[in-house]
Design a protein around this ligand. Structure first.
Ligand SMILES: Cc1cc2nc3c(=O)[nH]c(=O)nc-3n(C[C@H](O)[C@H](O)[C@H](O)COP(=O)(O)OP(=O)(O)OC[C@H]3O[C@@H](n4cnc5c(N)ncnc54)[C@H](O)[C@@H]3O)c2cc1C
Length: 229
């Protein structure tokens, strides 16, 4: 099992070629059937979920999308560590390593947050974000958002949830003014309880939510802040 990261994407195909083991990339879950793993993957940018099985092999390689599901409480398992030798006669690399530039990490890693207050285009104006930030702060939650909020440069990219942002797995996801496009919902498949506030009762986000308020978020936020006080 390898992370679906830039390093993992370099390593996994090389290992697959070297070992001859089948590889499935960007997996969201690992299941078990017929004595071998099956994986859950998304197709068409998250519109379709598919369960894939492997041909029988001596081993199987999987890259997993970070934050796709919460870790199980670990039992005490003893893994056997097997040291391998790097092949001596490696060919000259065709590319040269210059420097590693860390991407902008942000004040908080939304993929690790347990409670997310997430804001969408329904916030209307950049200045309205202060109300959402106040709510997140009062609740002790991290702030995340949908893509239009990033496209408008109201929040930096590291806040974005979805197929072209991050997958998140908070215990609680409070979505404010987010319609629930499939590219967004694909990023919250691992979330625990989803609570949606949207003034359109037919918004698709309500199909992904356990609790919903079909009302104006600017009525709900002050009422919630008042109650929390
Ligand atoms: C290749 C590709 C990748 C993409 N990747 C992502 C991604 O990673 N993440 C992502 O989020 N999107 C992504 N998108 C965009 C996605 O398709 C949607 O356009 C986007 O998610 C919509 O964001 P939204 O819900 O904030 O806005 P909208 O769809 O415009 O929804 C705004 C919602 O706010 C509600 N609203 C308005 N005012 C209020 C109010 N006062 N109170 C309460 N509710 C209100 C409206 O009823 C509406 O439902 C991607 C698109 C493509 C093509």
């Amino acid at each position: 099992m390898i992370g679906q990261t830039s390093w993992g994407l370099d390593l996994a195909p090389g290992l697959a070629v070297k070992t001859g083991w089948p590889l499935a990339t960007d997996c969201l879950d690992i299941l078990w059937a017929d004595d071998r793993p099956q994986v859950l993957r998304q197709l068409y940018a998250g519109k379709v979920f598919c369960r894939m099985s492997f041909p029988e092999a001596a081993g199987y390689l999987v890259t997993l999308r970070p934050g796709a599901f919460p870790a199980d409480q670990a039992e005490t398992l003893q893994a056997e560590v097997m040291a391998g030798t790097v092949p001596a006669a490696l060919p000259e690399p065709g590319k040269q390593f210059l420097e590693f530039i860390e991407s902008e990490a942000g004040e908080v890693d939304i993929a690790q947050a347990e409670f997310l207050v997430s804001v969408g285009r329904g916030v209307g104006e950049e200045e309205n974000l202060s109300q959402v930030k106040a709510l997140a702060q009062t609740l002790g939650a991290a702030l995340s958002c949908s893509r239009p909020v990033v496209d408008k440069k109201w929040l930096p990219k590291y806040h974005q949830v979805g197929t072209s942002g991050k997958s998140v797995k908070p215990k609680v996801y409070l979505a404010l003014g987010i319609s629930g496009a499939f590219q967004h919902l694909a990023g919250i498949a691992g979330a625990g309880t989803v609570i949606a506030v949207n003034k359109d009762p037919k918004a698709p986000i309500f199909r992904a939510a356990q609790y919903g308020v079909a009302d104006d978020m600017f009525k709900v936020i002050p009422a919630l802040l008042e109650k929390l006080k």
